[in-house]
Design a protein around this ligand. Structure first.
Ligand code: FPP
Length: 262
């Protein structure tokens, strides 16, 4: 069964991933995984190539990881593609990344739609170029009714910025007289976040060795498990995803309570 599904995902590093995936209890899979796709530049530099080559290879890794998430029937996968801080990079790299996002939508949207993926972008999308904004809106509309993996791409996204925008939205209601400050609770604040329609994050995966959240989904990861690997993002594939999921399936999640079995 696993071989049948994963045999077709292609491009992955080797077939160890399939064997590992066979060991995972499907009832222990996370509902929502969030991925910090780090290390594209280091991957390219390590091979004596320019950073943009790493970003291009990163698109392939994203494609095969999404295919694996589809095969596993995960409910939601969110990836960090461009942070509010990434504008500090040289303009040539920023332009390259924006073009990569646009090309990705142009080339991959039809297949994602066929795969029943529902794609959504979060972050300050309104600050992107008008052309990219239109592609994003079209992609979201085209796949809005799809019932498969909810694939969210964070672009021009920062967790603190998202929270500031949510608080501003609540403050506007208070000012307008339609909301009492005492009636603000975590559920209401959550409903104003970009991710209001998604379940909380169960598992954060970060590649390339750094162990930090870097302003990604800071509210949504309150009770998430973390899995770090030294593998750079362009080398990520079903084997690494399987390792992360297998490890997650063994975690003892208590959400602040006590484990019933103990
Ligand atoms: C971090 O690696 C990666 C990024 C800032 C860009 C992420 C983009 C992709 C993986 C391309 C595919 C995405 C989409 C949505 C099509 P880095 O550049 O910070 O690498 P470094 O830490 O080694 O310098």
């Amino acid at each position: 069964m696993w071989k049948k599904i994963f045999g077709k995902t292609g491009q992955s590093n080797n077939d160890n991933g399939t064997a590992l995936l066979e060991q995972i209890d499907r009832n222990s899979l996370p509902r929502h995984i969030a991925i910090i796709m780090d290390g594209n530049g280091r991957w390219a530099n390590g091979k004596g190539m320019v950073r943009s080559v790493g970003h291009t290879a990163g698109v392939k890794a994203l494609k095969r990881t999404l295919k694996a998430a589809i095969a596993l029937d995960l409910e939601a996968m969110t990836v960090y593609a461009f942070s509010t801080e990434n504008w500090k990079r040289p303009p040539t790299e920023v332009d390259f990344l924006m073009k990569l996002f646009s090309d990705y939508l142009e080339k991959e949207l039809a297949e994602m739609d066929e795969d029943n993926v529902c794609i959504k972008f979060i972050g300050r999308v309104n600050e992107l170029s008008p052309g990219l904004q239109k592609q994003i809106r079209d992609a979201e509309q085209r796949t809005a009714d799809n019932t498969g993996v909810r694939f969210t791409v964070a672009v021009n996204y920062g967790g603190q910025d998202e929270m500031v925008r949510a608080v501003q939205s609540l403050a506007r209601d208070v000012k307008a007289g339609s909301l009492e400050p005492e009636n603000i609770d975590s559920k209401l604040l959550e409903s104003r976040l970009d991710t209001s329609d998604l379940p909380p994050v169960d598992l954060v995966i970060r590649t390339s060795g750094d162990m930090r959240l870097s302003n990604f989904l800071i509210w949504q990861t309150a009770y998430a498990e973390f899995w770090f690997t030294d593998t750079n993002w362009p080398d990520f594939g079903k084997e690494q995803l399987a390792e992360a999921l297998l490890d997650f399936s063994k975690r003892d999640r208590r959400f602040g309570g006590l484990n019933e079995k103990k």
